[in-house]
Ligand binder design. Sequence first.
Ligand code: XLS
Ligand code: MG
Length: 346
Amino acid sequence: MAKPTVYRFCAGPWNFSEGQDPYGPPTRSGESFDWKLAALKKLGFEAMMFHDDDAVPDIDTKSPRQVLKEAKELKKRLDGEGIAAEMVAPRLWFAPQTVDGAYTSNNPKHRRYAIDRSKQSIDIARVLGTDILVLWLAREGSYIRESKDAGRCVDYLVEACDAMLAHDRKIRLAIEPKPNEPMDVAYVPTIGHALAIAQLTRDPKRVGALIESAHAILAGLDPSDEIEFAMAFKKLWSLHLNDQNGLKFDQDKPFGSANLRVAFNQVRALERTGYGRNGEYVCFDVHPFRTTRPEHWLKHLDNSRKTFLRLVEKARTYPEKEAKTLIADLNYQDLDQLVLDHLLGR
Ligand code: XLS
Ligand code: MG
């Protein structure tokens, strides 16, 4: 019997957001990076995840030398706080060069920009001590179908991955699927699409995935099935747990906030597949509600972690034997109630 997994937690600087949304300005004044780092430690988190310009602000204005210098300074600060860098993700959705896509832009110069910026993110990742580059393909998709050649875009995505894999022999690419937003329709909406792209690259064993709960729900799927699918290929290398109430904008709600049973089944999937046993982190890609006052700024992360750990207990005390008997008897009515009673704490 394998030892119980001891989970380690992670969040990004963007998870301490100031409350802005497309319809209104921030409701909390920003805090410094040091404040966020100290807050993460206080919450018992052991790692921080980074966009490239979280690690090196205003990155496009700096020389490669300056970028590496600042990455090394950040690494020293992280080491001083005992915080690991979980991943680096190139932010390929802000710059003017990515207005019509990054790797799949119709403009070859912009595709080159996206690949060069990704290679730089790999250099930052190596300095920070992580071998994971997360590719959330935010603008790889279309606003109207006729503006792009979706088949050619598969080739562009594979070309971009191949360039990254050739740039560094150790880096692993974790593709983070999402079906839409900011695009009308995105090109890599599910874990199946991500792993299919991986198979076309020059080194498929170095191309895996990251699953985000809300993104799977936006694709009309159950995140626990996506987790089990990715783990069947041994390719779930990072994880963004949060929640989502229906098909609308990406809500990044605290874990369990919208649907406790979906959260329970995600934790059960992690327990069953052994996610976390090879050093993988549980990241909460969650945002505080806009109404949250500064004195409550950390609650969305603290509550997500507490809910996660309570659901680990629920997974570990799940009445497996009773469930197996009901399954053998095809008695799914009582199995359904068994799960609810267990979650309700009969
Ligand atoms: C946004 C994405 C983003 C990626 C990292 O929805 O989840 O947080 O995980 O770029
Ligand atoms: Mg995410």
